[in-house]
Design a binder for this molecule. Structure first.
Ligand code: PEP
Ligand code: MG
Length: 770
């Protein structure tokens, strides 16, 4: 049997049909209305390569040094050719075509989707790895099935399996062939509230095919139904400008304007809501946990296209919901009151103050760390109290419940890393290491910047994790893109979960500094290849998580004092003021042997298919530096005409010279306001003594930003912000009003920034018609 019908498949058939088909089969078997279809099983693929005797050649062809990009490209080409040029055995071809013909008498448009059997390789299938084809008919069907099989051997897939040590011959692939639903209306449904877990069904709906809602291209209607009373409590009808429909002639999905009279018409009738709610209850009951469902309505019938567990409900939210179940608002559900409860010292006076650098409230014993070799004393749940954090402290920072530092401002290492890890932090406290005693129970508030004595009740402690998660199911649609900043690859998953439009700044300093050696020392001890590999590994973790959303990766920018603390740091000259010293592009241009290895890492990532990467140069002053950097990029084999690249605007000089840089070919300019502020106002960003005069909203800083945006618009260069100020509502307002193209915020701020951007955009629209 080359094929199995979906109603013959169950979730434990993962090995035979892959994850996607197993889940569709399970839904079909549960009696839920899934469009009809079948699966070309993984066994069929295996028999195909074995009986045609191409298996050995195939696996040999892909057994290459995947660091060698030419060999990798050759391997992919050979594998693709072997599969595409080997004819289907006649009986298998007939079985597939017969199955197709029994869906709608052979006239159906079907979706052909890869469904990899990655059971024992939990990460083996990652974004963008395997093919999907829409609107396929009989003529192309067999070709498309083979193309799905061949997508097991894309360059990225080969590289990935080699890196992870997975054998190529152990992964199989099944293919789902399923009737496409020519939806009149479609959307998503959350069978419980996606962040609080409350018993409310949330439905988003728009006209036409579902892609418009899932991809966020349209703001959908929103319906909230109370599951206990079955009442629709809230209906928000959106202005739906766009819809995706199937072109009657070509069968392709095209974008169309919604006719005026339907734009503000409510999509779902009460009966349709009731039908969806019934299905939602049924699917949640079937799986025993809240589900995120894609649905479509065609000719009066509701279809379920996909169902996945909701992973964004936090455990705290769930237990609080259980406590207050049925009591009403989400605020009540999240805040659930509780006494101090655990018999420990109740929280008392504020003993130390600093800057609230990473939101959340945490209690635990203070662990005063003055030497690096004390780090192993940091246990799960401790609060690290230290002068300043360093890259090699990250494992301990992950274990900690909170972070307190004597030094540093809002853009210091401690602040950036704790925000990305989702650990509450208070920085720049002056003398916390002296004022707090090792083992003393304390409570830190990363919003207010306070440290109090004693332990807060569990209920009142609050990790910022849930703040990073979408609070509404579908992100607000904005014309200005909202991206996210990432500094440690470990934060990539959390960053991607924000629904951001990409990464506006990926710093590679952390990857480099955490090697514990200066780049020069690391290279002399381990070789150039190892250095390039380290960068590839870190960048790839983020690029995978976001693919195909763009990831703007920045070349190295660490000040000399940070290098001096590493092995090999004794060879780095001591600088009187490292912030004004040998860092950013000037260090890269002055030390091309290391710079060229960074660029080589980016080039290899492009060769592997990471076409979502963009290259950004830090701390440039003028077009001459930009032209030199571009030349290095070319020499490394990166074509500046083909790839997106640009600069950071971090010095007044760069803001004043941006016109000449535009002529040098940059595609974008991104405001690094952490530096732009310190260089405009002559205020050291890491010096807590002058923190009160450090003001990113200072009129001088805003004027430089405003004029840069204007010049860039004249030259067709995109603008963005990736400094900390991009997370501040006032800066967001100013930038959107000035016409910035995108804003990149901290993980915990993305959702608020999306809302703020939308609010400002709507106000601008309203103002323009009033
Ligand atoms: C900036 O200067 O605003 C910036 C984003 O870069 P960094 O904080 O890494 O200097
Ligand atoms: Mg900077």
């Amino acid at each position: 049997m080359a094929v199995l019908w979906l109603d013959e498949v169950r979730s434990d058939d993962l090995e035979t049909v892959g994850g996607k088909a197993a889940s569709l089969g399970e839904l079909t078997a549960a009696g839920l209305p899934v469009p009809p279809g079948f699966v070309v099983t993984a066994g069929t693929y295996r028999t195909f390569i074995e009986e045609a005797e191409i298996d050995e050649e195939l696996f040999e062809a892909v057994d290459v040094d995947s660091e060698d990009s030419k060999a990798l490209a050759g391997a992919h080409e050979r594998a693709h050719e072997l599969i595409m040029e080997t004819p289907f055995p006649e009986d298998v071809a007939q079985e597939i075509l017969e199955a197709y013909r029994s869906i709608d008498d052979g006239e159906a448009f079907v979706a052909v989707r890869s469904s990899a059997t990655a059971e024992d390789l939990p990460d083996a299938s990652f974004a963008g790895q395997q093919e999907t084809f829409l609107n396929v008919r009989e003529d192309d069907l067999l070709q498309r099935v083979k193309e799905c099989w061949a997508s097991l051997f894309s360059q990225r897939a080969i590289y990935y399996r080699n890196q992870k040590g997975f054998a190529h011959d152990k992964v199989d692939i099944a293919v789902v062939v399923q009737r496409m639903v020519d939806a009149e209306k479609s959307g998503v449904m959350f069978t419980s509230h996606p962040s609080t877990g409350e018993p409310r069904i949330i439905i988003e709906a728009a006209w036409g095919l579902g892609e418009a809602v899932v991809s966020g291209a349209v703001s959908p209607d929103n319906y909230v139904v109370n599951r206990a009373t079955q009442r629709t409590e809230d209906v928000t009808v959106a202005d739906k400008k766009l819809m995706h429909v199937k072109d009657a002639e070509t069968g392709e999905t095209v974008e169309r304007a919604v006719p005026d009279e339907r734009r503000e018409e409510r999509v779902l009738s009460d009966e349709e809501i009731a039908r969806l709610v019934d299905l939602g209850e049924e699917v949640e009951r079937h799986y025993g946990q809240p589900q995120d469902v894609e649905w479509a309505i065609y000719d009066g019938e509701v279809y379920m296209l996909q169902s996945r567990p909701i992973t964004t409900i936090s455990d705290t939210a769930v237990s609080n919901v259980e406590n207050v179940s049925g009591s009403g608002t989400s605020d009540a559900a999240v805040d659930g009151e509780g006494g101090s409860g655990n018999g420990q010292a109740a929280v008392g006076e504020v003993v130390v103050r600093g800057l609230g650098a990473s939101p959340g409230i945490a209690s635990g014993p203070a662990r005063v760390v003055t030497k690096l070799d004390h780090l192993d004393q940091v246990a799960e749940g401790d609060i690290i109290v230290t002068e300043m954090t360093m890259p090699d402290m990250v494992p301990a920072m992950k274990r900690a419940a909170g972070i307190v530092t004597d030094e540093g401002g809002m853009t210091s290492h401690a602040a950036i890393v704790s925000r990305e890890l989702g650990v509450p932090a208070v920085v720049g406290c002056g003398s916390a290491t002296r004022q707090l005693e090792d083992g003393q129970p304390i409570t830190i508030d990363g919003d207010k910047g306070t440290i109090r004595e004693g332990v807060e009740s569990k209920e009142k402690q609050r990790q910022p994790v849930e703040d990073a998660r979408p609070k509404t199911p579908v992100k607000p649609m904005t014309a200005t893109e909202v991206k996210v900043n990432v500094s440690i690859p470990e934060a990539a998953e959390r960053a991607a979960a924000t629904g951001a439009d990409g990464v506006g700044l990926l710093r590679i300093e952390h990857m480099v500094l955490s090697l514990g050696k200066t780049p020069e020392r690391f290279i002399s001890d381990n070789g150039e290849r190892a250095y390039v590999d380290e960068i590839i590994e870190g960048v790839r973790t983020v690029a995978d998580e976001f693919y195909p959303r763009p990831v703007r990766v920045r070349t190295l920018d660490a000040p000399s004092d940070e290098f001096r603390q590493l092995q090999g740091g004794e060879d780095v000259p001591r600088e009187h003021n490292p912030m004004l010293g040998y860092r950013g592009i000037r260090r890269s241009l002055g030390n091309p042997s290391v710079f060229k290895l960074e660029l080589e890492a980016f080039r290899r990532l492009y060769d592997m298919g990471y076409d979502n990467l963009e290259v950004m140069f830090p701390l440039v002053n003028d077009a001459e530096e930009v032209i030199r950097a571009r030349q290095h990029m070319k020499e490394a084999g990166i074509d500046p005409e083909k790839r997106e690249w640009g600069v950071m605007i971090e010095t007044p000089a760069s803001a004043l010279q941006v016109g000449a840089m535009a002529e040098a070919g940059i595609d974008f300019a991104s405001f690094g306001t952490n530096d732009l502020t310190q260089y405009t106002l002559a205020v050291d960003r890491n010096n807590e003594n002058v923190a009160s005069v450090y003001d990113e909203l200072h009129p001088a800083v805003l004027e430089l930003i405003g004029s840069t945006i204007e010049t860039c618009r004249e030259h067709g260069v995109k603008t963005s912000i990736c400094g900390q100020a991009g997370s501040k509502p006032k800066m967001v307002q100013y930038l959107v009003e000035s016409g910035v193209s995108s804003i990149s915020a901290n993980i915990d701020a993305v959702r608020d920034v999306q809302h703020e951007v939308k609010r400002v955009e709507q106000r601008l629209l309203l103002d323009s018609v009033r």
